[in-house]
Design a binder for this molecule. Structure first.
Ligand code: AHR
Length: 614
């Protein structure tokens, strides 16, 4: 094919904000993930309402006598449960994944809220099966509820740490916490550094949060204080701000407990820290995500609309305003500069949704005319619901419509022209969620091809984010995902690399081009698994390719059959110790599966030894 490019022609302008990220607390993306807290179930609030397998002592082991109480002796109205620990007893927390992860030489801050009628000593230890991970700390406790703190320096690195608190006398405990000092940008109540840095490396133009289906959770239930802070409350931003010990935990839409330690303040702060525009989404009182209902409760609707106005004040209001004051007290007197807000997520009832959306929109525009209110088109990429939603959005002259779709890689290849025909004068598109179904190289490739179509239509497609962003490999509800992690490491998928390529190389303007033909993309994508080691050059030798768990590809995936792999680029490879090893100093080498093996996920790792002085 010939591609003709006219360097003087001017195509669509591409905004710096075009590519962003969508963070949803799915796959334990928050607790045990981006939120740096190392203690699981720190406030003893896990319950069967969150997940059938939970109890208030999930992730804790008791030595001696201890029980979780929910009575008037509690820390505060929102933090219902607390632990009553008997004299000479202890509790030990198992953290997330394999345990509490600590790194040698790093500082960790322990804190606990405690109450003891007579003077009591808490002994705090951090250890794993091999012994102590830090010097034991002792904390003297006496009197009514108060916060106590101690800090540790880890003497060893371990992924299997356990945090134990023993008490000499009877004591009540709540909010047992261990936080790494080293959080992203050293923020208090902050974010896990490696994960936040991987997101920051994308240079996102915006951060959409907190969901997804998550925002629709319980949005039709009463959420007044009078309802007793029962679980499956709606995801309400007001529940997620203020001191962490006063944030009620909730039953997450995705089937686990959600502490709200990572709340709206932290989301806004993170967006600011990565230089992105914050884009919160509020429920529209019409539940999609598997349910088809719309509320007719006028009082509830009005309350949610008011909450949305309050959210804008929390983000943008002066430090003296009611909600601006809450933000200022949390450490950010300066407004966060909110410009866009989403109302609703994937509603299946377009007419019901649009009627309620219009109520939110009118209230927001009346008070904050500069805010862009983002509508949506439901959960599909086409069909009657989708068409009706778009028709209503067009007729209603909304500013921007959020589209979502998860499809095969073939679909993405075949739909590169999706936005070529979208009305240039209609609502702009926010492609808030999309992914081809898989984390393999072919998926990244199909998404890359599709993204060229987004850019070509940048005058219509203003914002786009891959979804979901994060997945803890031991707690997965949804795949594929962009960035994977456990308690000790994180790694980007092929899709992550594609996003990074586009997000860190966004042009200012499209240069129109024409191709002499279009490849046939009707069949399944065939081809090879490829890996280029071009960075090896003369600076490295002994380049080895293994699968993610360190096992040799040869034995792992190809039954030791080296002939299934070929290389190009002039380098030499040989099999040594069950691994492919690059044996020369070629500037570039590509290792490719020779045949056309059935597609599956290959998580390839390259190990290379750097030469002295290089
Ligand atoms: O991204 C995962 C889920 O996919 C989101 O919560 C929802 O909006 C969509 O259906």
């Amino acid at each position: 094919y010939t591609i003709t490019v006219d360097p003087d022609a001017r195509g669509a302008a591409i905004e710096d904000t075009m590519y962003g990220v969508f963070f949803e607390d799915i796959n334990r993306a928050a607790d045990g993930g981006l939120y740096a807290e190392l203690v699981q179930n720190r406030s003893f609030e896990y319950s069967t309402a969150d997940n059938g397998s939970y109890t208030p002592l999930t992730s804790w082991t008791v030595g001696g006598t201890a029980e979780v109480l929910n009575d008037s002796g509690r820390l505060n109205e929102r933090n219902r449960n607390y632990l009553s620990l008997g004299a000479g007893s202890s509790v030990t927390n198992a953290g997330y994944n394999t345990g509490v992860r600590v790194e040698q030489g790093k500082r960790y801050d322990f804190s606990v809220w405690a109450r003891a009628e007579s003077a009591t000593t808490l002994t705090v230890t951090l250890k794993d099966a091999a012994g102590e991970l830090a010097t034991v700390r002792r904390v003297a406790v006496k009197g009514d509820w108060a916060a106590y703190r101690a800090s540790f320096t880890a003497s060893r690195t371990s992924n299997r740490g356990r945090l134990a608190v023993a008490s000499s006398g009877p004591a009540a405990l709540d909010m047992v916490s261990l936080f790494p000092r080293d959080t992203y940008k050293n923020q208090p109540n902050g974010l896990r550094k490696d994960l936040a840095e991987k997101i920051a490396a994308l240079k996102p133009g915006f951060v959409r949060f907190p969901g997804g289906c998550l925002v629709n959770t319980g949005s039709m239930q009463d959420y007044s204080e009078a309802s007793g802070w029962q679980r499956k409350r709606s995801y309400q931003w007001k529940d997620t701000v203020g001191p962490v010990e006063e944030r009620a935990t909730n039953a997450n839409f995705w089937g686990y407990n959600q502490s709200y330690g990572l709340g709206y303040y932290e989301y806004f702060r993170f967006a600011e820290d990565v230089g992105a525009m914050p884009l919160p989404v509020v429920p529209a009182l019409v539940t999609g995500c598997g349910q088809n209902r719309a509320t007719d409760d006028e009082a509830l609707l009005k309350r949610h609309i008011q909450d949305t106005l309050d959210l804008i004040e929390f983000a943008n209001g002066p430090a003296g305003s009611t909600w601006g004051k809450v933000r200022a007290r949390m450490g950010h007197p300066k407004p966060f500069g909110l410009t866009h807000i989403g109302v609703g997520n994937e509603e299946n009832l377009p007419r019901e949704f649009f009627a309620r959306f219009q109520r939110f929109r009118a209230a927001i525009e009346a008070k904050y005319p500069d805010i862009t209110v983002v509508s949506n088109s439901g959960p599909d990429d086409s069909g009657t619901t989708f068409e009706t939603a778009w028709q209503l959005n067009r007729e209603g002259e909304v500013d921007m419509v959020d589209e979502h779709y998860y499809n095969s890689p073939q679909w993405f290849l075949q739909n590169n022209d999706r936005y070529d025909s979208y009305d240039r004068n209609g609502p702009k598109v926010f492609l808030g969620e999309y992914a081809s179904q898989g984390n393999a190289w072919k998926n990244g490739l199909a998404e890359a091809a599709f993204m060229t179509g987004l850019e070509r239509n940048a005058e219509v497609v203003e914002l786009a984010s891959y979804a979901p962003l994060l997945a803890n490999e031991d707690y997965v509800q949804w795949r594929p995902d962009m960035i994977w992690f456990n308690n000790r490491a994180s790694w980007g998928s092929a899709n992550y690399e594609v996003q990074k390529l586009f997000m860190t190389n966004t042009g200012d303007r499209v240069v129109p081009s024409e191709a002499s033909g279009t490849p046939d993309v009707s069949g399944p994508i065939a081809g090879a698994v490829g890996l280029s080691t071009w960075a090896t050059s003369a600076a490295y030798d002994d380049v080895r390719v293994t699968s993610a768990d360190g096992a040799s590809l040869l034995s792992d995936d190809f039954s030791g059959d080296a002939s299934r792999w070929t290389h190009s680029g002039g380098g030499s490879w040989s099999v040594r110790d069950g691994e492919y090893v690059q044996t020369d100093e070629a500037a570039e080498n590509t290792l490719v599966t020779a045949g056309d093996p059935a597609w599956k996920d290959y998580d390839l790792h390259v190990r290379a030894t750097k030469k002295a002085g290089k």
